[in-house]
Design a protein around this ligand. Structure first.
Ligand code: HEM
Ligand code: HEM
Length: 140
């Protein structure tokens, strides 16, 4: 289930982001703050909220935009964080990689938004029971 995949990945980002926070606090080195912030907020918080939304409105998972969202978010964010590492530590590849990763993450949010705005009103009850949606053809 897409919702659960988002939730599992989100909690892994929480472990990573919080681990990095503890490391930064203990070492007094805050260079990686941007990685900490975005792993926690785009990885943990955003993906957890989105996972809960997919769970609350299961019909959203049937839209093709949900799969697009999943792969853009989970492809883009690791690239964005790795790029940010390169950028913050002075590697030449950091800036272009951050750019590409950020763009993919922004497109991921856009696909999630499109899906939510178009399909929020569809029947949630039959989708929650795993029954085919009466209006499934109408999902965009
Ligand atoms: C045990 C858990 C955590 C530790 C030890 C920790 C540690 C830190 C440290 C050391 C900084 C840098 C402070 C500085 O540069 O002066 C920081 C910044 C930040 N952390 Fe965490 N953090 C933790 C969890 C979280 C979580 C769960 C979130 C978000 C959901 C978060 C969001 C932020 C944000 C947004 C900043 C930037 C704040 C600013 O710019 O003023 N942190 N954290
Ligand atoms: C494509 C997505 C995103 C891009 C390209 C992006 C980019 C940036 C940039 C360039 C900064 C300034 C960094 C600095 O001054 O060192 C920043 C800071 C910040 N962003 Fe994002 N951001 C994105 C998504 C998000 C999201 C979704 C959240 C929250 C849910 C978020 C929360 C923050 C916070 C709290 C800060 C301040 C961190 C600090 O003070 O160190 N960002 N972001």
């Amino acid at each position: 289930m897409l919702a659960n995949r988002f939730l599992r990945i989100a909690v892994l980002y929480a472990l990573f982001g919080i681990g990095l926070g503890v490391y930064m606090g203990a070492s007094g080195q805050f260079l990686n703050r941007g990685i900490h912030v975005h792993a926690n907020l785009v990885g943990w918080v955003s993906m957890a909220v989105m996972g809960i939304i997919y769970r609350l409105y299961p019909q959203l998972q049937h839209s093709r935009w949900a799969a697009v969202h999943f792969w853009l978010h989970n492809g883009g964010l690791p690239l964005m964080l790795l790029g940010l590492y390169g950028l913050l530590h002075g590697y030449g590849w950091g800036e272009p990689l951050t750019g590409v990763g950020s763009l993919l993450v922004a497109l991921a949010f856009l696909s999630f938004a499109l899906n939510l705005l178009r399909n929020l009103e569809h029947d949630t009850v039959s989708a929650a029971r795993g029954e085919p949606l009466p209006q499934q053809q109408a999902l965009h």
